[in-house]
Ligand binder design. Structure first.
Ligand SMILES: [Zn+2]
Length: 373
């Protein structure tokens, strides 16, 4: 793939994307969700967009006698209002807390919908969100500003010509994926003129227990992984864990703001909770740890290969040449050309860059420490 094209896609794939003019033709379609009861008073809102570069997160409702808790908001206010309408079908109790599992914008843009509907609502987030959103979040947004229009135009042209981004005959899966991306980017861009980023009002370092009747609800930080500050919500009595983007299905999201060197260890801690039901950030409700184990295998392999490459003194380019994720790509993407494309954009390219950056930083720190002696 041409380098500019790759760069364009890569930036566009950074999840927290941003402000450009809305393509007039972009179709608006929401209602791509289903509500699944997973325990008494606990419901997962599962998004069903096709696997592609853009998506909405799942949400979870924890409904108590006097109030309720919602996990994550959505990519746009419109999507969030749709989720709130589903909550309204289940209860008339107010939302007391919204837990934002991390600062990626698809999990927070809709916060304002809850703020407007429930004046007393509190937003729970990791402490580092306060510094991450205005810095790395802002950088992400700027990158998308520069590339969003091009991304939509590129996909539009490809759909018109009936070809994929590599110029091959478009498959149905690719067509659905591109159409979904254009729809979501369009809706996101439409709102971007009026973005109002709402930062957490309740900060978590390692753990926060939220009282709700007799239910035990633990918001926990397990370590660096998908971002520097992913929170999970664990319900020890029901053995339910809401994982945020620590788990993303069908293709994991080891993006450019991930920490590949710690990711597997963090997932081991998640596995150790031995939850019977896992609600991932994106993808279906999981009732066994098979997928989580596959992700641990992937992240261990990335760490091992990156460390070996850097110990040989390789540059990022050389590291990418020496990397072999082919078997693991098959585990997640199977024979699907489109999922393989997503794997390249969400795992291979950003994970290698992030791992190389982390190892370079470690190297610098180590030599600085030596210099001090
Ligand atoms: Zn994310």
């Amino acid at each position: 793939m041409k380098k500019w094209l790759h760069n364009l896609l890569f930036v566009a794939a950074l999840v927290s994307l941003a402000a450009v003019t809305l393509s007039a033709q972009a179709e608006r379609s929401t209602r791509n969700l289903k509500v699944e009861k997973i325990a008494d008073g606990i419901y997962a809102v599962i998004r069903a967009e096709p696997a592609s570069l853009w998506f909405n997160p799942n949400n979870v409702f924890i409904i108590g006698k006097r109030d309720c808790i919602v996990i994550d908001s959505n990519l746009t206010s419109e999507h969030t209002r749709e989720v709130l309408a589903e909550l309204r079908k289940l209860t008339d109790k107010p939302v007391k807390y919204v837990v934002n599992t991390h600062w990626h914008e698809d999990h927070i843009i809709g916060n304002r919908v809850y703020r407007d509907a429930f004046p007393g609502v509190q937003f729970i987030g990791h402490r580092s969100t306060l510094t991450d959103l205005p810095t790395v979040g802002e950088a992400n947004r700027k990158g998308s500003l520069q590339n969003g229009r091009g991304f939509i135009g590129l996909l539009e042209g490809k759909l018109e010509r009936g070809e994929n981004l590599a110029g091959e005959k478009l498959t149905e899966e690719e067509r659905l994926g591109y159409a979904s991306d254009m729809n979501l980017v369009g809706m996101y861009l439409a709102e971007s003129k009026n973005f109002e980023i709402i930062l957490p009002t309740v900060l978590v370092d390692d753990r926060l227990d939220i009282p709700q009747d007799k239910r035990r609800i633990e918001v926990r930080y397990l370590g660096k992984a998908h971002t520097e500050s992913d929170l999970i919500v664990y319900l020890p009595d029901e053995k339910i864990v809401i994982t945020g983007d620590l788990i993303v299905h069908p293709v994991p999201l080891v993006g450019s703001t991930s920490f590949p060197l710690e990711y597997a260890a963090t997932l081991e801690k998640l596995l150790a909770l031995d939850a019977k039901i896992m609600v991932p950030g994106h993808g279906p409700v999981m009732r066994d740890p098979a997928y989580l184990r596959s992700m641990i295998g992937l992240l261990n392999s990335i760490k091992r290969q990156a460390e070996a490459s850097v110990s040989r003194g390789e540059t990022l380019e050389q590291l990418r040449k020496s990397f072999d994720l082919e078997e693991l790509r098959k585990t997640f993407a199977g024979e699907s050309r489109h999922k393989s494309f997503v794997f390249r954009n969400y795992v291979t390219m950003p994970a290698t860059a992030a791992a190389h950056r982390q190892l370079a930083e470690r190297g610098k720190e180590a030599s600085a420490a030596k210099g001090e002696k």
